[in-house]
Design a protein around this ligand. Sequence first.
Ligand code: BTN
Length: 237
Amino acid sequence: MIDFILYDSVTSTNDLLKEKALRGAEEGTVIAALKQTNGRGRQGKAFISDEGGMYLSILLRPKEINFDTALITSMTAVAVCKAIEKVTRQKTSIKWVNDILINNKKACGILCESFICGKDSFVIVGIGLNYFCSEFDDKIKDIAVNIFKTQDKAKEDRLTQEIINSFFEIYNSKSFLDDYIKRSIILNKEISFIRSGKKIFARAIDIDNKCRLKVKYTDGKQELLSSGEISVNLKEL
Ligand code: BTN
């Protein structure tokens, strides 16, 4: 059952939901906010969370002991893409592993965090969406895009609902890999990534069934990259 709570402003929906989870909140608890004052992104970065966005966190309590947070990130990406496509009829793509793009600009970012506290374990799926920001912060204005061209509260609410429905459909069926690969813009492209402070160039050649990225280096060697270790830049789109 979905328990949905909407706030005007919070520090971070992920942090608030973590507190609720530690107090026993159930799987399916969703916290949403119109603004975050301390939104968090991947790799410890701040996530600009001004008004005009929708900031969502979903609580999961996976039954499997060895659940894979990277796969939950990937299934969330597919769920968000499908929901945006259904509600707005726009084409979406995924920049491995967690960015949702429209016209090659970022419309949504995802941060999944897993916690193990004694016998209690849970995952928080954080989703930050640009619904309709009249003006983006200078730091993101060249890379961000709005999902809606004008403010339309009814459509925004529909999309929020659709994302949650789409997420649980995919989470329960675990069927998303083909949909992920189909939308992936990085395959067969030259990419670069930072590892141990060094910039490395490679070609993205495949995504395996754990959503790891197979890359090929100029010397012909291949490697599987997992989402935690790198952040990919496309040299060309
Ligand atoms: C990224 O692109 O780096 C991931 C951004 C994830 C942001 C969402 S917004 C809702 C949830 N609460 C947070 O503080 N972060 C996530």
